[in-house]
Every structure is written in C-alpha cells, then in structure tokens.
Design a protein around this ligand. Structure first.
Ligand code: 9D3
Length: 252
C-alpha cells in the first residue's frame, strides 16, 4: 500500500510512523509512506500557504496553489491515486471505511488542512473523498490522517506480528472487548475471576464471550443490533438479562 500525506507539519508523521509496527511494514515492503511539506510547494519568499478569507471573518484559509502543486508532484509518478481530504465536513470514519481503504488498489493521498479550512476549489478540483474522524473539533487534519492510516495499516495482511489474531477479531466484530487480567492473581484485595485460572478452555471462552456481550449491552446497546452474533450469544444475552433482574430483585 502506498500512502502519501500533504501537511504543514511533516514532523508529526515522521515521529508517529517511526513506531515498530510501521517500521516493520515499511521494511517488509507492504507499506510505503511519503510525507510532503506543503510549504515546499510555495513560490514566494515567505513560503505562504494561507490568506484571509474572501467575504471577511476570522482566521485564515489555505490557498489553492500550494496544494495543487503538491498534489501534481505526488501524482507525477503516474500511479492511480485516491485523494482524501480530512475535514470536519467529511463522511464519518469507521471500521468499515478502514477495511475499504485497506483494500484500495490506488495510492491514498491525504490532504491535511488547518486554520478555518481550505479553499473550496481544492476540494472541487483535486479531492475524491472527504473524511471526518468524528463530531468534535480538532485544530487540524494531521491527527485524523494518522488515525486513518493507523487503522488501515493494521488491516494489511502481514503488517502486524503473530500476536494479532484476525480470526479472533472477526469473531468479536462489532462488540466490545472482554476484560483482561494478568498476574498477580490477587492485587489490592481484587481477585482474578476463578474461571480464568481453571485451565478449562471451553469455560474460559464462554465466560469471555458473555462478559464482552454484558459490556456491550450496558455501554453500547446500539451495537448489539448490528454485531454479527451467533446462536449461543442469544442464550448468553438471556442469562445476562436474568442476572440483571435477579440483582434488582435483591435490591428491592
Ligand atoms: C470555526 C469553524 N470550524 C468548524 C467548527 C472550522 C474548522 C476547520 C478546521 C474546525 C476544525 C478544523 C480542523 N479539523 C480538521 O481538519 C479535521 C477534523 C476535525 O476537526 N474533527 C474530526 N475530524 C476531522 S478530519 C479533519
């Protein structure tokens, strides 16, 4: 997978992408990432990337020409490219989007804005899709671009080590994780659930699935409807609901 980023803060990407997981993917040749400094595509002495908004108002707007030159320079190698603008106005990113992008044959080129935004003509002329990472206001598109790249890279086959089980991940798709424990067996009066020390793998798997469903039901009930559940899950959910009503019986 070839990813490129156009940003005024290339350092943010170099720092994060030097982590082991990315290094490994880069070394294996599964991933190539090009980081391009928008200021390198300016032509004036001050390397100006922004200007005041037409019509007035606060803040600054990214000028179209540096983006246009930067995109042309990236595309000059002739590779088919999907240009993605990260912006609060985009379609909301989720695991499904990550999966689709991970399967994309074209190069992914991320355009990162800042300030009040980017001149609308950049979107019209150069951008194939626009993606937001959620409904909250950040100061720029760098973290969103890294969030998206991070989510994509771990889906590329071979990018992660053996510690990662895609089989387990597809089984638990759409529900929350079960609680995890490690040594010591008792810490500050808190014991690890007995079943995890039992060595009974069937019981352990059942307990984990049930606790994952319990958390999902309590914290993110809307996920239950869209999760890929199996027959046994409905039994477990019934058990959870009965335990709940037993509890409220005891309280009353
Ligand atoms: C004052 C007007 N702002 C809208 C609330 C404009 C604005 C422009 C640019 C607000 C934030 C940003 C910078 N954010 C991004 O570039 C961004 C973003 C985000 O802020 N939230 C979620 N996803 C994304 S993707 C890019």
């Amino acid at each position: 997978m070839q990813c490129d980023v156009i940003t005024i803060f290339p350092g943010i990407f170099h720092e994060y992408l030097s982590l082991k997981i990315f290094e490994r993917a880069l070394q294996k040749g599964i991933l190539r990432i090009g980081v391009h400094n928008l200021r390198d595509y300016t032509t004036d002495r001050h390397r100006t990337v922004d200007d005041a908004p037409y019509g007035g108002g606060p803040g600054m707007v990214f000028k179209p020409e540096p983006f246009s030159r930067a995109v042309a320079s990236v595309k000059a190698d002739g590779l088919e490219t999907c240009a993605i603008m990260v912006s609060p106005q985009g379609e909301k990113f989720n695991q499904r989007t990550a999966q689709t992008l991970a399967e994309e044959k074209r190069r992914l080129l991320f355009l990162c804005g800042r300030y009040e935004g980017v001149d609308e003509r950049v979107r019209e002329a150069l951008v194939d899709r626009e993606i937001s990472v959620g409904d909250y206001v950040l100061t720029g598109g760098e973290l969103p671009a890294l969030v998206i790249i991070d989510a994509i890279v771990r889906l590329i086959p071979g990018a992660l080590g053996d510690e990662h089980s895609t089989e387990e991940e597809s089984f638990s798709w759409g529900i929350l994780d079960y609680p995890h424990y490690t040594r010591p067996p008792e810490w500050e009066g808190r014991k690890v659930p007995e079943v995890l020390l039992s060595g009974n793998h069937g019981e352990i798997a059942r307990w984990r699935r049930k606790e994952a469903l319990r958390r999902t039901l309590h914290r993110r009930p809307e996920l239950i409807d869209t999760a890929s559940l199996i027959e046994e899950d409905h039994t477990l959910l019934l058990e959870i609901k009965e335990e709940q009503s037993d509890e409220s019986d005891r309280r009353s």
